[in-house]
Each structure stands twice: as structure tokens, then as C-alpha cells.
Design a protein around this ligand. Structure first.
Ligand code: PGA
Length: 249
């Protein structure tokens, strides 16, 4: 794993956006794995700015999102389909037919999971997967205890995750209890991973990732075994961790 330390959230977003847009320009047919949540929001904003300056086109880009709540339609402002359209896709020239988000209202959810994996295979696998990390070490919605062998599947969300995400909902009881998520094995198949970590509240999970053991109780620990992971973390997340600084090249 390569760790890049940046000053703050703003710098993390700038660096992440230039990292991603460089890759898109180098490979216009790239398949991106995308994430939702608070962490990547600023990165999407910077990518939109870059697009508006005419620097990068997404016409031939394919994207797969990590996860989606079960029971929410794409029109629901809390669905991840809505988040992606609103915060990114609607502002760039990507072909919406090439943007994949699991269908959280599929009548046959198991079939939906299988189809999703097949679609990823059919597009030649994910070239660059953008990731955040949960305070409990989750990646996507793979909560502690998730099998390292898992592919796209249905999960029950933990109370800590529901609580963390409840800030986006009017009432706690509106937060879905289940989701579809790409599995750990699906994530590990991506050719390259870019993990963003920002804020003091992520310090413990970053510390555990960098210094802890490989264990299914801390899903992100699997990333140690991936051949190409870049972490961009800000000073608040790094805190007093004694890390060897690696510069962006
Ligand atoms: P956050 O979520 O970006 O909203 O902190 C990250 C995650 O839970 O993976």
C-alpha cells in the first residue's frame, strides 16, 4: 500500500480528482468503481470542475458503484443512484447506460447480485476502484465479519452504519436495514484501488488498517493483500501515526 499524506480534506479531493482524471485521460475506456458517502463528494466536485474546463471526457467510461440500499428507488434522494446522478453523472458527459448501480428494488435480489457481478466481468473488470472506509473498517457495505470470499450480495446493515448514515435521513427508522454490496472478493478483483480517508473520526480505522492484523473482523484489512492500493489521507486522519511519508509522483 502506498500512503500519501495531504493537509486537509480540500487537498485530498484535489489530489484524488487529478489522480482519477489522469487515469481517465490515459485510458478513455476505463471502468471505474465508484463510492458514495461524505468522503468522495468533494472529489466529484473537483472532477466536475475539471470536466467543465474541457479537460476530460467520460463518453466511453463505464462505472460500477459499490452498493445500494434495498427498498429505495433511484428517484429517492437517499438512494445511491440518486446521489451519483445528482453529484456526478448529471454534470459530465458519461453515457448513463454505462453507469451501473445495483438495483435495490429488484424483485429477485439474488439474481440482481449475480447479474451485477456478470456485468462487471463482461466489461473487463474494474480498472480503478474508489473507496472510503467506515469507522468499523467496512468497505462498501461489507461489515465486520463479512467473508473475504464474498461477491455481490445482500447484507444486513449494522446499527453503527445505520446510525452513521442516518444524518442523511429524516428519521432513524427511515434508514434501510439492508443493502446490496459488491463483496470483498469483487473489490479485490479491481486492478487498482484508491482509498480516501479524511477526518479525526477516521483515525482509528486508518491506524488499524496500517498497523493491525489481517482479519475478517476488520474488512478493510484485506487491502494489505492487494497489489496496487494508494491511500490518500489527510493530517486529521493520520494524527500521531508514525508513517513513512510517500510523495505523489
Ligand atoms: P463516509 O463513509 O464517506 O460517509 O465517511 C465511508 C464509508 O462508510 O465507507
Amino acid at each position: 500500500m502506498k500512503l500519501i499524506e495531504v493537509k486537509n480534506y480540500e487537498h485530498m479531493c484535489e489530489l484524488a480528482a487529478s489522480y482519477i482524471s489522469d487515469k481517465v485521460r490515459a485510458n478513455p475506456n476505463i471502468t471505474l468503481g465508484l463510492a458514495t458517502g461524505g468522503t468522495p463528494l468533494g472529489t466529484y466536485k473537483k472532477l466536475i470542475e475539471d470536466y467543465k474546463h474541457g479537460k476530460t471526457s467520460y463518453k466511453q467510461v463505464v462505472s460500477f458503484n459499490l452498493d445500494e440500499y434495498i427498498g429505495l428507488t433511484g428517484q429517492s434522494p437517499n438512494s445511491y443512484r440518486y446521489y451519483m446522478n445528482d453529484n456526478f453523472f448529471d454534470h459530465i458527459d458519461i453515457d448513463q447506460d454505462n453507469t451501473f448501480v445495483p438495483n435495490g428494488i429488484a424483485t429477485d435480489l439474488d439474481q440482481e447480485c449475480k447479474n451485477y457481478e456478470e456485468q462487471i466481468r463482461a466489461k473487463g473488470e474494474i480498472d480503478l476502484q474508489l473507496l472510503g472506509i467506515g469507522s468499523n473498517g467496512h468497505i462498501g457495505f461489507n461489515e465486520p465479519g463479512a467473508s473475504f470470499e464474498s461477491y455481490t450480495h445482500v447484507v444486513e446493515l449494522t446499527e453503527s452504519t445505520r446510525e452513521a448514515n442516518s444524518i442523511y435521513f429524516e428519521r432513524m427508522e427511515d434508514v434501510p436495514k439492508k443493502a446490496i454490496t459488491m463483496g470483498i472478493a469483487s473489490i479485490m478483483k479491481s486492478k487498482e484501488i484508491l482509498l480516501l480517508v479524511s477526518g479525526e473520526h477516521k483515525h482509528d480505522s486508518l491506524a488499524k488498517l496500517l498497523t493491525g492484523d489481517l482479519t475478517e473482523q476488520f474488512p478493510a484489512s484485506i487491502l494489505k493483500q492487494h497489489p496496487s492500493v494508494t491511500i490518500i489521507a489527510d493530517a486529521a486522519a493520520i494524527g500521531n501515526l508514525n508513517i513513512k511519508e510517500v510523495m505523489y509522483d
